[in-house]
Design a protein around this ligand. Structure first.
Ligand SMILES: [Zn+2]
Length: 414
């Protein structure tokens, strides 16, 4: 009896020590990944493949950013968004630990500091509305100031990860298994980093050749200063003319045009032509998803699958007037986070999102779509576990990936 008592006691003590083991961690465990405490205080947990040492050799911040952008190019982000590197240390940064969170709150930042994180990936951008000061007056300013003081880089992928194939929205769609067809509600369009092609003609005279040399010298300075990767070609296209073709970003375009006007000698034969690339639809990428089930399921089953997927005991449901939980669902329109604008007007049996305004929910059910709401960040956070696995593969042994434990939706059902 006594030994059973001690076993139960030890079990309860363990549960009490680790009350907030999230389902994300259990998911990682199911993938054969183990967790080790990154600090003697059990605030946070490092997940590492079993054969990975605690301390990786690290990568430069530049290399880390390239790998983060490999998951999804930033050009997939919505135009209103603020994605990419938001805080950069002033001297070269070596990254040994990257810390993943949905929201960079003050308590999450304290956790990242305890873990000695070098880089924080915050899904939601901690700087969105431009800051007018960096003081201790607001929590958002305090967070950024602390990151700067501690030389922590901050990167936010936000809607680029929503849009990309295999990103946050596809993660949510995977709640309904592989027996369904999934397509973006709106296809993303992008033109990559290079938005323009510049074509410059130079005369083959001695003066023309000296202009080309001067132009190229100045061009290399601008390109290397920007960190942009571009190659160009220079070709003699006739006895009298040489042409340069140079792809560039919208950011570099004005600087290159300025150089051209500064180096040209006023000859009529030197001229510049600028062409803008068309945006190309990006297959399988874009805002929202329409999930078409091969076999219809009941509203009740959809609710069950969603709860299972996001590991929460509650969701909120609005039924179409006159329908009940046994109503059949064939199509599900999904938008993670706040879904009103993306889902408005979409024809689907059910809308699944994090949050919607009252009047938008009323419109949806009266227009023939049931609505399931599962809290804004709870509709997004689960993807971080999938991302941790992807990044683990990208970084191999070099960088530790840490999932925040403090990060949670501020709303709970009581
Ligand atoms: Zn969101």
């Amino acid at each position: 009896m006594q030994s059973l008592f001690f076993k139960v006691h030890r079990f309860l003590a363990k549960v009490e020590r680790e009350p907030l083991v999230s389902w994300g961690y259990k998911y990682l465990e199911s993938l054969g990944l183990v967790y080790r405490n990154c600090h003697s205080r059990q605030l946070s947990t490092v997940y590492l493949p079993e054969n990975m040492s605690q301390e990786g050799s690290g990568l430069s911040l530049k290399e880390v950013l390239e790998k983060l952008k490999n998951i999804a190019p930033l050009t997939l982000a919505e135009s209103w968004d603020n994605v990419g590197l938001l805080v950069e240390p002033s001297t070269p940064k070596h990254v040994k630990k990257i810390f993943l969170t949905n929201d960079l709150t003050e308590s999450v930042l304290d956790e990242a500091l305890l873990c000695q994180a070098d880089c924080i990936l915050s899904y939601h951008p901690p700087i969105f509305v431009p800051l007018k000061s960096l003081t201790s007056r607001t929590w958002k300013e305090r967070v950024i100031v602390k990151c700067i003081e501690n030389r922590i880089a901050v990167f936010s992928p936000h809607t680029s990860y929503d849009s990309v194939q295999g990103g946050v929205t596809d993660w949510m769609a995977s709640a309904f298994g592989s027996d369904s067809e999934v397509a973006p509600l709106t296809l993303a369009k992008a033109h990559g980093i290079h938005t323009h092609m510049i074509e410059i003609a130079f005369p083959n005279s001695a003066a023309g050749k000296s202009t080309i040399t001067e132009f190229q010298t100045r061009l290399h300075e601008v390109i290397s200063g920007s960190g942009e990767q571009t190659t160009y070609d220079v070709k003699e296209i006739s006895i009298s003319e040489t042409k340069m073709n140079l792809p560039c970003s919208a950011l570099l375009l004005p600087q290159i045009v300025k150089i051209f006007h500064e180096v040209k000698k006023g000859s009529e034969e030197e001229h510049i032509r600028i062409m803008k690339y068309d945006e190309i639809p990006q297959l399988h990428c874009g805002a929202g998803r329409l999930c078409t089930l091969k076999r219809p399921i009941t509203v009740s089953k959809v609710v069950e699958l969603v709860k299972l997927h996001i590991k929460l005991p509650h969701v909120r449901l609005a039924l179409i007037p006159g329908k009940d939980m046994d109503a059949l669902v064939h199509t599900i329109a999904i938008c993670v986070g706040s879904g009103s604008s993306v889902l408005r007007g979409v024809k689907a049996d059910l809308y699944l999102t994090g949050e919607m305004l009252h009047h938008d929910v009323l419109d949806a059910v009266h227009n023939g779509s049931h609505v399931i709401l599962c809290n804004h960040s709870d509709s997004e956070r689960g993807f971080l576990s999938t991302l941790a696995v992807k990044l683990g593969n990208e970084f191999q042994q070099a960088v530790q990936v840490i999932l925040s434990r403090e990060d949670k939706d501020p709303l709970v059902t009581v």
